[in-house]
Design a protein around this ligand. Structure first.
Ligand SMILES: [Zn+2]
Length: 381
């Protein structure tokens, strides 16, 4: 079983450790170049980081061309990060090392409708279980992070006015987890985590809009390679009003005709239920589409059109390099085609000239890797 311990590194030391952990530098010379610090200053701090066991140096042998530069990396014993991506009915949980490499990832069933205290205590027990089973002896836990399917105030780590999280409004998630662990805690909107994790799979694409289409609809925005949070609500497109031909549908926020009320997985499941077709989760909707059930295909296509029309405004405004679609509905082909059709038809030619619209590349752990990346920042700050 691993213990827990705050990572104590001073300013520039933390910056150098972060550069090595994130793969931006692996030698003293690269660290000096990337950080802008003097070579002597880098050497001194690297020696301190090696002495305290946080960095290790390897590959100091010689090659035919002379002495090979030694390679710095974060010690596997430097610490662990416990991260989760909380969904409506299941959570993905993992332990990462400080370089963001997963030691273990598991998906477990849970129910956020049980409320924040029960859910977060369940999460802490699940983390303890993973640490007891998979945590290497003597390697301390350094931080805890979770994504939640709702808006998060970045200053306080509270969930604010979430749509499908009864009892969570204004709950101090970060404070609750922090009281349990006494370690740095990250609480972030799930689409933002997906965006940060997904950006690792899009080298050369510095401006991304990463849509998460699952039970809800969210969007994470990467600008110049970094997550754009705004004041916390950036990318939250769920309550944008959409144009519909049918009569008004009330959204859980109390306003009529929000995007979420038509195009979220939850809305599609409700609509199918009204047609006498039972589903238990958004992936069931995808399965119905793949089975050629026309009601499901029509609803998903309409959802894609509505999402695409909202994205049209955003593409003209932000002009991203790519729109990346993730979440459990993203594998429904009619959803992506309808989004593409709307965006290519309605956006400015200059905005769509080199625009990629694609499903996620980062794999099922992308959000956890994003959580690890942001949590490392919190641990080192
Ligand atoms: Zn709404």
């Amino acid at each position: 079983m691993s213990g827990k311990e705050r990572l104590l590194v001073r300013g520039a030391q933390g910056d150098l450790l972060r550069l090595v952990a994130t793969g931006h530098a692996e030698s003293r010379a690269q660290l000096a170049r990337v950080s802008g610090l003097a070579a002597s200053s880098v050497s001194l701090r690297v020696e301190e980081l090696i002495d305290t066991g946080l960095l290790v140096e390897e590959g100091s042998g010689t090659s035919s061309g002379g002495r090979r530069p030694r390679r710095l990396r974060v010690s596997p014993a430097a610490g662990l990060l416990a991260v989760a991506d909380l969904g409506a009915h299941h959570a993905r949980l993992g332990l990462l090392d400080l370089s963001g490499v997963p030691l273990v990832v598991e998906e477990r069933a849970c129910d956020i409708a049980l409320g924040p205290e029960a859910t977060l205590d369940w999460m802490a027990a699940a983390f303890d279980d993973l640490l007891a089973t998979h945590g290497p002896a003597g390697v301390p836990l350094r931080g805890v992070g979770t994504g939640v399917p709702g808006p998060v105030d970045p200053g306080s780590g509270r969930v604010v006015s979430p749509s499908r999280m009864p009892g969570w409004n204004n709950f101090p998630v970060a404070e609750h987890l922090g009281a349990h662990y006494d370690l740095p805690v990250l609480v972030e909107n799930d689409a933002n985590l997906l965006a940060v994790g997904e950006a690792r799979s899009w080298p050369g694409f510095d401006n991304l809009m990463v849509l998460k289409a699952g039970s809800g609809i969210g969007c994470g925005v990467i600008v110049d390679g970094r997550l754009h949070r705004g004041r916390g609500a950036a990318g939250d497109i769920s309550h944008v009003r959409v144009r519909t031909d049918s009569s008004t549908t009330m959204c859980s926020c109390g306003h009529p005709d929000c995007l979420e009320a038509y195009a979220s997985g939850a809305a599609l499941m409700d609509a199918l239920s009204g047609l006498g077709i039972a589903t238990r989760r958004p992936s069931d909707v995808v399965a119905l589409v793949e089975d050629g059930v026309p009601e499901a295909t029509a609803l998903v296509r309409n959802a894609g059109r509505l999402i695409g029309e909202v994205l049209t405004v955003l593409v003209n405004f932000i002009n991203p390099d790519a729109i990346v679609v993730g979440g459990s509905l993203s594998t429904a082909e009619p959803l992506i085609s309808a989004i593409r059709a709307a965006v290519y038809e309605r956006c400015l030619p200059l905005a769509t000239r080199d625009l990629e619209i694609s499903v996620t590349r980062g794999g099922p752990d992308a959000a956890l890797l994003g959580a690890g990346s942001l949590l490392l920042d919190a641990v080192l700050s």
